[in-house]
Design a protein around this ligand. Structure first.
Ligand SMILES: [Zn+2]
Length: 259
């Protein structure tokens, strides 16, 4: 008898522990990913979204969609979308923030209702403030980083699938001083893309785009990091082993996330 009680107690204890473990992820988490080009952000955020069963929301695509659809389809026929389209085309970022357009669009997007991974937003403190006023604010702001020289090294050996856009990295990146070691990730043995099977994999480096993205990142970095650090939402992580650091990063998010 005492033994079965003991066993039940043990089982209960284990269950409780499991529950605590599960509780470390909030319900419907809202998580922002931010980083320079070539920190494997796309690969990492995609896997993370699948792991947590939440969609990836790319704010650039949402805005682009409004520009393309406003006034042309029934769903986007309301005058709100026409106004938003005009603001975007005029490059009037202040008006978008003042009218809380980004969070209104999130509210209208059915797939964003039960948590999401958000990319390409916010870009500055004003936008971050509107996001904090949306459904209790975000749960974590994940900054993925690497030193600039490493980003350049990665850019130089990048290959891209011309059919699906998947990136490949042919060289090992090793830097003793920074403690960085990133293994190559190539296409299949027969030279085709893992994702779509295409054989059309060519040089993917684009120095002009790279520099522009890096410049944008640096312009916003301090402002965003200090904003989210102040709110206790910052998860700052250097991917010393590239995409292979995924599990480590996921754990860090899990322990740092706000509930
Ligand atoms: Zn492909």
């Amino acid at each position: 008898m005492w033994l079965s009680n003991f066993r039940n107690g043990l089982r209960k204890g284990l269950l409780n522990r499991d529950k605590n473990f599960i509780r470390r992820w909030p319900v419907d988490p809202k998580i922002v990913f931010f980083g320079p080009p070539n920190v494997f952000q796309e690969e990492i955020s995609q896997r993370f979204a699948i792991d947590l069963g939440i969609p990836i929301i790319n704010m650039d695509l949402i805005l682009q969609n409004v520009v393309e659809q406003a006034g042309k389809t029934e769903e986007f026929s309301h005058s709100f979308f026409l106004r938003v389209r005009d603001m975007i085309l005029a490059g009037d970022g202040d008006a978008l923030v003042q009218e809380k357009v980004h969070t209104k669009l999130l509210r209208l997007s059915a797939q964003a209702n039960n948590g999401f991974v958000l990319t390409n937003f916010p870009n500055d403190k004003a936008e971050a403030e509107t996001l904090e006023a949306y459904k209790g604010g975000i749960n974590a702001f994940v900054h993925i980083s690497l030193p600039d020289d490493i980003l350049v090294d990665i850019e130089e050996n990048k290959m891209t699938c011309q059919d699906c856009g998947r990136n490949y990295y042919t060289e090992t990146i090793h830097n003793h001083e920074y403690g960085i070691h990133i293994d190559p990730f190539g296409p299949s043995k027969d030279g085709t893309c893992h994702d779509c099977g295409s054989a059309s994999i060519t040089d993917g480096s684009d120095p002009i785009r790279f520099e522009k993205e890096l410049e944008n990142y640096k312009a916003n970095k301090e402002e965003l990091l200090s904003f989210y650090d102040h709110y206790g939402l910052l998860v700052d992580f250097e991917v010393k082993r590239g995409y292979d650091d995924y599990d480590k990063l996921k754990k860090k998010i899990q322990y740092g996330i706000k509930h």
